[in-house]
Design a protein around this ligand. Structure first.
Ligand code: SF4
Ligand code: SF4
Length: 215
């Protein structure tokens, strides 16, 4: 199929999604619930509003919660349209939801978008454990589509956090170190935030705000 990556990129751009990457499914990727195997992945992202992120100081705000849910909804809607587009080309595709827990104990979804995004050349995994895009930092939400479309994988980004320590200093749980994130400490804080009136879910946003791609 000629230039399928251009078709997909154009399709996503018309949906307002300009961040996209392509890769093979990594051999060690854990995919929960979906038995069928697919050889390739399209990962796309939607950047978060900087104005909304500005409302965050040391905890999530109600407006951030709403925005977070809206962006996830936009990603899922876009994925739905893209899956139909791919199926109309006679190929198979299945969308991994932007934010749906499958394994509550390990806090995992069907597959890790950030690891797929890294594989697809969209950035590197930062000290906070999220994907750091070269331009947008961690201020992007991602969605992935497994498919049997044929395309060449994109190049991975060779980068690291360098001398930046922004998220280490910002984290209210002191869960982030130079070597990575203590997910149990982070989770405890997310539990605390989820009990705040009106929040009701595991969100934070503090290290996302701190990681703005300007390091
Ligand atoms: S805030 Fe800085 S140290 Fe933290 S993940 Fe982003 S780039 Fe890395
Ligand atoms: S989500 Fe919040 S608590 Fe968890 S590592 Fe980031 S800043 Fe810390």
């Amino acid at each position: 199929m000629p230039e399928i990556k251009d078709h997909i990129t154009g399709f996503l751009a018309r949906s307002g999604t300009k961040l996209v990457g392509f890769c093979d499914v990594p051999k060690d990727l854990r995919i929960l619930e979906i038995e069928e195997s697919f050889p390739r992945v399209i990962v796309f992202g939607f950047s978060l509003s900087k104005s909304v992120l500005e409302t965050i100081k040391d905890r999530p705000t109600l407006i951030y919660k709403h925005h977070y849910k809206t962006v996830n909804w936009l990603l899922d809607q876009t994925a739905c349209h893209l899956v139909r587009f791919i199926e109309e080309q006679g190929k198979r595709a299945i969308a991994i939801p932007a934010s749906q827990l499958v394994d509550r104990e390990h806090h995992e979804g069907h597959a890790s978008h950030r690891h797929l995004a890294q594989e697809a050349g969209l950035g590197h995994i930062g000290r906070h454990g999220l994907l750091v895009h070269p331009e947008y930092g961690a201020q992007v939400r991602y969605c992935s589509i497994l498919t049997d479309l044929e395309f060449a994988p994109d190049e991975k980004v060779e980068a690291d956090c360098g001398t930046c320590r922004n998220c280490i200093e910002a984290c209210p749980a002191r869960a982030i170190t130079e070597d990575g994130v203590d997910i149990f400490r982070c989770y405890e804080k997310l539990e605390e935030f989820s009990r705040v009136r009106g929040i009701g879910q595991h969100i934070c946003g503090v290290c996302v705000k701190a990681c703005d791609g300007r390091h």
